[in-house]
Design a protein around this ligand. Structure first.
Ligand code: FCB
Length: 450
């Protein structure tokens, strides 16, 4: 009889959020504003004029939100620290009230048997540092390491999992190359500099963690997805190869192989720089885990008017779409995990985000029917189980998201939650997908079926 496919007994079953998307009260109790607060208050940049001023009001409702996690049966929770809550100017003066918020949250999670998985940077650079150049300033690695050091001193004994950065690719592509995300720059010259500085900042924080002798794990979170050509035309094949280098290898190669992939110069031309070997040695120092965010794949076609990668996403005939235009692609997560193992070997992995936005109905008698999201979770969790059976060292899974929240430029229009949030009343209602995930957790994966 073939061995039963199953999840390890110590598997982490989690859900994720990030500070600006859920906390609200972004400048309360002495916090300094972030670049997303600034962007949200610039008219026209977020759909419907939405802002993170209240969001899910998690800053005030964190206690009942921890109980939501408990009811789901989670044994882990991924969240991020708002840098400016802790250091209002990004460096120097510490804001104890900000630290207290995270101290209380971590202590409560631990008391409730939920492992905190803390991300240090989920896109909310303090404005004071952005005014000094943000990710373009060569001092940013030092600023970030000093901030990380404050957090390690505060919580390093109690937090078992730290991630330095969330999705450096999105930070640069959205914030420095195309300018739709904060800080809103669109510059071919700046983008590769921001990339390298992000990786150096990651490295500096890891070094700080090791130097402090903290006893737990530190890693980084990247977003990855399979890239498939939309046709056999040479142009589509070339766009797919470039897109794969740019999206999947640009960050993983330096982190895990100590070199940038060869195709970077082809993409950036003269804007690409050769960086010192010593930098790459620092960037590739060992990490304890790699966090992977995956939502879809990209069926890629050549697009002549979209430099520097010249790619366009195509949705195949008959495929289901999420409301943000992504393809529902059931094999995507398993393919991603297998690719990481094949290219980078056996680094311990966590899926740190996975899920999807759909047009959910309003709650009726305390129920929210979201069958498309249930199907996404079923397929992707089966993919995780199958990847483990194929030898992938996958140690945990975090659904995005614990609850509907501020989806960046799309505002509150794109709901990704296991819980529906009524943003007028702040009432949370478990969706069918949340109930499904709860059952998967309760049965250790058996509820996924074959
Ligand atoms: C990821 C982000 C996360 C959320 C999901 C949908 O890129 O890390 O904050 O917005 O996408």
């Amino acid at each position: 009889m073939p061995a039963m496919k199953t999840f390890p007994g110590n598997f982490l079953w989690g859900a994720a959020t990030s500070a600006y998307q859920v906390e609200g009260s972004p400048i309360a109790d002495g916090a300094g504003p972030s670049i997303w607060h600034r962007l949200a208050h610039t008219p026209g940049l977020i759909a419907s004029g939405d802002t993170g001023d209240v969001a899910c009001d998690h800053y005030r409702r964190w206690e009942s939100d921890v109980e939501l996690m408990k009811t789901l049966g989670l044994n882990a929770y991924r969240f991020s620290i708002a840098w400016g809550r802790v250091l209002p100017e990004g460096r120097g003066r510490v804001n104890e009230a900000g630290l207290d918020f995270y101290r209380r949250l971590v202590d409560r999670l631990l008391a409730r048997g939920i492992t905190p998985n803390v991300t240090l940077y989920h896109w909310d650079m303090p404005v004071a540092l952005d005014e000094l150049g943000g990710w373009l300033n060569p001092d940013v690695a030092q600023w970030f390491a000093d901030y990380a050091g404050v957090m390690f001193e505060t919580l390093g004994d109690r937090v078992p999992m730290w991630a330095t950065l969330n999705e450096p690719w999105v930070i640069v592509d959205g914030g420095y190359l195309f300018g739709v995300h904060a800080p809103g720059h669109a510059s071919l010259r700046e983008a590769p500099v921001a990339t390298h500085h992000l990786l150096l900042a990651h490295a500096a924080a890891v070094q700080r963690y090791r130097a402090g002798g903290w006893p737990h794990q530190i890693g980084i979170v990247v977003n990855l997805e399979p890239k498939d050509p939309a046709s056999d035309s040479p142009a589509d094949l070339a766009a797919t190869r470039c897109s794969h280098t740019y999206f999947n290898e640009q960050y993983c190669d330096p982190l895990l192989k100590g070199r940038y992939p060869d195709g970077m110069r082809e993409i950036y031309g003269d804007a690409w720089r050769e960086w010192p070997a010593a930098d790459l040695a620092r960037i590739s120092q060992p990490i304890d885990f790699l966090g992977i965010n995956n939502y879809t794949r990209s069926l890629t076609a050549h697009d002549p008017v979209r430099p520097p990668v010249f790619e366009r996403r195509v949705i195949p005939e008959g495929a289901t779409k999420m409301i943000n235009g992504w393809e529902v692609y059931p094999p995507g997560l398993e393919r991603t995990l297998l690719w990481v193992k094949e290219r980078y070997g056996d680094v311990p992995l966590y899926v740190t985000e996975n899920g999807g936005p759909f047009a959910d109905p309003e709650p009726v008698n305390g129920r929210v029917e979201d069958p498309l999201r249930v199907a996404v979770y079923r397929a992707n969790l089966r993919g995780c189980r199958d990847a483990i059976a194929k030898g992938v060292d996958l140690r945990g899974y975090f659904a995005w998201s614990l609850m509907d929240n501020l989806e960046w430029n799309a505002g509150f229009s794109q709901r990704f939650g296991l819980h529906h949030v009524d943003f007028a009343t702040q009432v949370r209602t478990l969706k069918d997908s949340g109930a499904f995930y709860r059952e998967v957790i309760r049965t250790g994966g058996a509820a996924l079926g074959d």
